[in-house]
Write a protein that binds this ligand. Structure first.
Ligand code: DGY
Length: 325
């Protein structure tokens, strides 16, 4: 019987599909150490892992039977995909199911930072609310403003659809221009510099790659309006956090709202002390429904690999080509 190592207990919907296999589940509530992953993966046929688990050459080489690495996330930047491909090991992710949920969270962050929801909540809980006042917690309007979307993939488009309800102008920047969706979303394709200079809210929806590492740094913050807000629900390493701290503390931009951090789960204390920032603990896809669907998807990817098929969400189908073996 095939054996599967799972680096955290996933929602039951997914685990039920794997019941007939020998499951070794890491039961901790913080990420397993590399030593633990290396122990767990020994002799296993499949690995189901999280975005917090670095799956490097040592891990990939540790089990001679490994057929598939099923990431429980859409971003697979935690996995050395080229090593897996060379070894004929399939890598899968969970695209699609978390698109709308992540777009919802992006909007929660946009509204929270613009309308100072967190400061208001804090004031109420500390019993500091003395009554309605003309200048109490004034924020910025969201409606009719300009939204700049960097990365117009599925999540970027879902964010843009919601912006229509706020009557916003939409600018986007993407590797490739997408004329079909541009029309549907009433979005204008611009270069990065124009997007940074003209947007009131700038939201990132790019995968982490060598091109997007520190995509937003000192120069980019300097190009933004002083009244601009940066929203990041993609990957923390796409933003240079040192430059972000400077931008927020020196007033180069108005504020930011982050669901992801450069050195996750560590978050710089200088960042945490800033008042013009909303922080969320990487919960973009964290709804009951979506995390259940992601678990089913990861399990189905493993089942397909066990049947000898290319799984539905394979990111490296070349792994099955003979020349890579
Ligand atoms: C992903 O799947 O990449 C998300 O960051 C999870 O929330």
């Amino acid at each position: 019987m095939e054996q599967i190592y799972i680096t955290r207990r996933l929602p039951d919907e997914g685990l039920r599909l794997l019941e007939k296999y020998d499951l070794d589940i890491y039961e901790g509530d913080i990420p397993p150490s590399k030593k633990e992953i290396l122990r767990g993966i020994q002799e296993k046929d499949a690995l189901i892992c999280l975005l917090t688990d670095p799956i490097d050459k040592d891990v990939i080489d540790a089990s001679p039977h490994l057929k598939i690495i099923a990431n429980y996330a859409v971003g697979a930047d935690n996995i050395d995909i080229s090593r897996a491909t060379k070894k004929g090991i399939l890598v899968t992710n969970t695209p699609g199911v978390l698109t709308e949920t992540t777009a919802d969270l992006t909007w929660a962050l946009i509204l929270a930072i613009a309308r100072r929801i967190i400061q208001g909540d804090d004031m109420m809980r500390k019993r500091k609310f003395k009554g309605w006042a003309p200048k109490l917690l004034l924020g910025q309007d969201v409606h009719k403003k300009t939204l700049g979307i960097i990365g117009m993939g599925e999540i970027g488009r879902a964010v843009a659809r919601r912006a229509k309800g706020f009557d916003m102008s939409i600018l986007y920047h993407n590797r490739a221009r997408d004329r079909k969706n541009e029309k549907k979303l009433n979005a204008s394709f611009v270069d990065l510099e124009t997007l940074l200079a003209d947007s009131d809210f700038i939201t990132l929806h790019v995968p982490l790659t060598t091109e997007t590492y520190h995509l937003i740094g000192r120069n980019e913050f300097k190009m933004m309006k002083k009244s601009a807000y940066l929203i990041n629900t993609s990957r923390g390493k796409c933003v240079n956090e040192t430059a972000l701290i400077q931008a927020l503390s020196k007033g180069w931009i108005q504020g930011a709202a982050l669901d992801v951090f450069e050195h996750e789960p560590q978050v710089s204390s200088r960042l945490v002390e800033l008042p013009n920032l909303v922080l969320a603990p990487h919960i973009g896809s964290a709804s009951h429904e979506t995390r259940g669907k992601m678990a089913i998807m990861a399990a189905e990817n493993v089942l397909a690999a066990f049947r000898g098929e290319i799984p539905p969400n394979c990111v490296n189908p070349d792994a099955l080509k003979k020349e890579f073996k």
